[in-house]
Design a binder for this molecule. Structure first.
Ligand code: T1G
Length: 658
């Protein structure tokens, strides 16, 4: 074979370059390590082993990804030989040099394969990581044993325990790769592999694990464990990394057993559901072939907490931002608030100085509507009152181009009514951000009654550029998230009346995996907003429907939440939550007034009732065509309301036998 290209399998081809076999994995869309890829790699290794003329091998990926990991779609199916550890271990012990030319994302098994190579060179844009814990598993092909041998135990705990990726420069500084190649990656890798031929090869598995200060290990471990409430995989991954000092064969065997056990767990099934759900959410019916309108400049009306968060997200995504507020002073205050958030990103290292300057340059603020004229999209985040928003949209009609998109960030108002106030309702949609808007990934994209398809496509395109998790919802009070949250909160209040207490319900939710219980969240957000809404709805309330007055009684007594020093709980001066017998008295009085004899509930019974309320409301949203699919509902509750991802969301959990 000389110069020609050789097909080792359907998705693995080879090309002889001087005396090096360049092996390219071409398995769109992410070069996942499918059975065909694994077979192709083994055939390529056979070829190199047999050939006298071939002195080394380089592995790279076609397209923008090196290798996106094992093929997640194969999980749950019978494994097909050769399994990935077999391929990886053969590379590590191979007699001739094997170099990895990391052209793009090297994730999971993709990085594990690279770690077993004898040399690793990455392009500057390449990201590397072992994100398995995000799928409820641990690396299953040597990552927990080889990464600490290259990067040390603390760094390996950080990367494997969090699942985060690092860019090539950081990977190089950690010792994960040998070099970053700014020039021609493939040529550089071929030269490096050639230079290694005939020499002793550095076999990662044979390296000693660098010693680490116990305090550094403990610091890395506790940083991970305090964030992963209720998840099994991170602690297992950390255990395997910390024990990497034992013989590698023992470590690999333990890792494989742990991987297989976790891969078949409920948490892994739930997290795989979430992984694919996130990719499904962006597939919206009726938008095939619809081009979004170009957006370069975003106007933001209302520069309060929400508006300034949206501005920071937009600036970070590269947009020009024109902020509008009611007066020059308010606009300037808004600008200062945005700059303060950017400075926080700068000081935390999320932003470098050049980025900070570029973003501040792209920001301008004003109190004049006319200054919004260049906007391609305007997002309003003004006070959530219909008259205020209608007046604003009427003013914007007069200054914006007819093709500019108008988005309302309203949480509870009807966007159709806002759209009806403009000359071009087809250009109106909802973009419901979650506060803080520059941090929370979730974005409900509201398809109004008259929203044009390309306007909806524009909202989704902007959401993707903002790196938001966009979920399309129809128009209903509270859209998907707040409607389900209201049902969940209503059921919790029924439980109070039936015999449970706030701290019992909160404890049950936290043991299920919520970061905070419902009543603690309620106190943190404040009781007055929901109270105001209940008072607005009182006249139209159906008298035959069950209604719980407890929350109203608390509000009437001034117990408006943490800010007021008391709500569902009492709060001591340093904000620590405490049970309050006065709240229990309120609850007992309400029960007595209705002649309810209180029952006691186990944590499982409490969770079961609350999950049933959420999934029932989710079913109603599907029946009303407000939500397009169950998995969208799961994503909203996980990313907007703290539902534990390792449980898959309320709709997934409802299908999982308890
Ligand atoms: N397996 C199967 N399909 C995958 C996949 C994977 N690993 N990764 C992505 N896809 C699909 C995805 O569902 C979508 O499909 C399409 O590819 C494009 O994905 C042994 C056991 C690589 C950074 O966790 O992070 O290795 O919707 O939209 O934005 O220890 O995909 O088009 O039908 O995300 O360009 C570990 C997961 C696996 C990486 C590319 N690896 N993937 O992002 O494309 S477990 C991961 C990603 C493992 C080992 C263990 C991203 C990406 P569809 P996309 P992207």
């Amino acid at each position: 074979m000389s110069g020609g290209s050789l097909a080792f399998s359907g998705s693995v081809r080879g090309e002889l370059r001087q005396a090096v076999l360049l092996v390219t994995i071409d398995n769109p869309p992410v070069n996942a390590l499918s059975a065909d890829v694994r077979a192709g790699l083994m055939a390529a290794l056979d070829q190199v082993e047999r050939s006298v003329e071939i002195r080394a091998m380089v592995i790279t990926g076609a397209g923008k990804t090196f290798i996106g990991g094992a093929d997640i779609r194969e999980f749950g199916k019978p494994s097909v030989d050769p399994i990935l550890p077999t391929v990886i271990e053969r590379i590590e012990v191979f007699a001739k040099p094997v170099a990895a030319a990391i052209n793009g994302a090297a994730l999971g098994g993709g990085l594990e394969l690279a770690l077993a190579c004898h040399h690793r060179i990455a392009a500057p844009v390449a990201q590397m990581g072992l994100p398995e814990v995000k799928l409820g598993i641990v690396p299953g092909a040597g990552g927990t044993q080889r990464l600490p041998r290259l990067a040390g135990i603390p760094a390996a705990i950080d990367l494997i325990g969090s699942g985060r990726s690092v860019k090539a420069a950081e990977a190089s500084s950690l010792g994960i790769i040998d070099a970053v190649s700014k020039a021609d990656l493939i040529e550089t890798a071929i030269a490096a592999a050639t230079a290694l031929a005939g020499h002793d090869l550095r076999r990662t598995g044979s390296l000693a694990v660098p010693s680490a200060e116990p305090t550094d290990v403990e610091k890395a471990r506790s940083k991970i464990l305090k964030k992963v409430r209720g998840q099994q995989a991170p602690s297992e991954a950390i255990r395997l990394v910390e024990m990497a000092t034992r013989a590698i064969a023992e470590g690999l065997a333990d890792e494989r057993d742990t991987f297989l056990r976790l891969r078949d767990s409920e948490q892994a099934a739930a997290l795989r559901h979430v992984f694919f759900a996130e990719r499904q959410a962006s597939k919206v019916e009726g938008l095939d072939g619809i081009e979004p309108r170009p957006v370069e400049t975003i106007g933001i009306c209302g520069l309060g907490l929400m508006g300034s968060g949206i501005a920071v997200a937009a600036l970070g995504a590269g947009y020009r931002v024109i902020g509008l507020d009611q007066t020059g002073e308010a606009a300037e205050r808004g600008r200062q608030g945005i700059i303060a958030l950017l400075e926080r990103n700068l000081s935390s290292g999320r932003l470098d100085q050049a980025g900070f300057e570029a973003q501040t340059t792209r920001l301008s603020v004003t109190a004049q509507d006319l200054d919004l004229a260049p906007s391609d999209l305007v997002i309003e985040a003004v006070f959530d009152d219909l008259d205020v928003k209608v007046d604003l949209f009427r003013r914007l009609d007069r200054v914006l181009r007819p093709d500019a998109v108008l988005a309302t960030n309203t949480s509870y108002l009807n966007p159709d009514e806002i759209a009806a106030s403009t000359l071009h309702p087809e250009r109106v949609l909802g973009l419901h951000f979650f506060s803080p808007a520059h941090v929370m990934r979730l974005l409900e994209v509201v398809r109004c009654g008259k929203t044009a398809p390309d306007v909806l496509a524009t909202g989704l395109a902007v959401a993707k550029k903002l790196r938001k998790l966009a979920v399309v919802t129809g128009v209903t009070e509270g859209f998907i998230g707040n409607r389900i949250f209201s049902a969940y909160r209503r059921e919790a209040e029924f439980l109070l009346e039936d015999g449970a207490l706030p701290h019992e319900i909160d404890a049950a939710l936290e043991s299920y995996g919520f970061p905070m219980g419902l009543f603690a969240v309620y106190d943190m957000a404040g009781l007055e907003i929901a109270w105001a809404r209940r008072k607005r709805q009182a006249a139209g309330r159906n008298p035959s429907e069950r209604y719980v007055e407890i929350a109203d009684r608390l509000c009437e007594a001034g117990r408006l939440g943490q800010k007021a020093g008391r709500g569902w709980y009492a709060y001591n001066p340093d904000g620590k939550r405490q049970l309050d017998p006065e709240v229990t008295a309120f609850i007992e009085n309400c029960r007595a007034e209705k002649g309810i004899t209180p029952c006691s509930f186990t944590a499982e019974e409490i969770v079961k009732r609350l999950l049933a309320a959420m999934s029932y409301e989710g079913r109603r949203l599907l029946d009303e065509d407000i939500a397009s699919r169950e998995s969208d509902i799961d994503l909203v509750m996980i990313n907007g309301y703290g539902f534990p991802a390792q449980k898959g969301g309320p709709m997934f959990a409802a299908q999982t036998p308890r």
